[in-house]
Ligand binder design. Sequence first.
Ligand SMILES: *Cc1c(COP(=O)(O)O)cnc(C)c1O
Length: 411
Amino acid sequence: MTTHKGFTTNILHADRLDKPEHGALHKPIHTSVTYGYEDVQDLVDIFQNKKKGYAYSRQGNPTVSALENKITIMENGLGTIAFSTGMAAISATVMTLIKKGDHILASSYLFGNTRSVFQTFIELGLDITFVDATDIENVKNGITPNTKMVFVETIANPATQIADLAGIGELCEQKGIIYMVDNTMTSPYLFQPVKVKASLIINSLTKYIGGHGNALGGSVTDTGLYNWENYPNIFEGFKKQVKPSVLGLTQIRKKGLRDSGGTLSPEAAHSLAIGAETLALRLERACSNALKLAGFFEAHPFIKKVYYPGVEGHAQHERAKNLFLKFGGLMSIVLADGVDCFAFLNRLKLVVKSSNLGDTRTLAIPVAHTIFNELGPEKRAEMGIPESMIRLSVGIEDIEDLLADFDNAFA
Ligand SMILES: *Cc1c(COP(=O)(O)O)cnc(C)c1O
């Protein structure tokens, strides 16, 4: 289905255009694990990728498909496969597309759990190296004859570095390398990686797309730009069954999702789809709040440093301005020497001391002690994470209340 209306209109009306039963406005929650057919040939054709349809819910479910369809529209892609979490989407996609002997070049500024699963892959024998991808020269120098994939995030979490997204896209296109972009921090409302020639886009639906901290989910979207026809790791059988453009999607669903078992439940898919309806509204508010808070923190004597792409001093401020609609809802701060980080956090009454990001509520977490604790001080330094950093995921509260809460905590 193609739609050509505005971002939010498309999301709101996507299910209805597919004519759900009884004129429902939402695709219903289908809980059936398996699907039966009058004619066994239909079942066989679905198994052999000759026909679209559902056989066993681990690899596809109508409620989940309705969400996948919305993400495809938001990302302006070719197709999407949903997973139980963002981590499942990342690990299943890498597992199914990369083989021993292949090399992955990844940004050194990565979400901690992505860094963790890449470490696991290294221990299983994959060759993965990390470079500062904010500078294209490092990416050029990091590519080897065996490089099959470059993996970056749009705005890195927590220190908000921004890779040279457009430069890397050019490079990957020239060299025929899969360009995988984790768009979680920006979401397709602020940025569509297809515009910088991404091949595959990851979204943790748990974050901005779902947006309410009430359901986990992840997705991978194929933009349609990568030519899978000559990609060596595609299962031979698929080449006989489907057209070249959907070889990547077929392999990720039929092998990646099947093998990993990281299936999104229809109940979670429904919650995420409802959340997605207000993605643009929530992000407008969160970005506006974040920009005001960044200004407040920059002027505050108790704050040593603010990491936010929206501030003039940010190393990739211009890049962010050129690529993204707004600067996002995530920022990190470092308190001035002598200000007790835990005491400050404990004085916050409204802001929740919590992990997660992209929630409607503002969340704060001390980074080195929690989400990046297992890495140790050396890897943290390599990833540009100071020991005293606090990450804030700015929510959609009224800005006066947020400012008052921080003001009070500093008092
Ligand atoms: C949260 C996050 C993930 C993982 O998503 P989950 O749904 O929590 O598994 C991946 N990448 C980024 C950038 C994230 O913030």
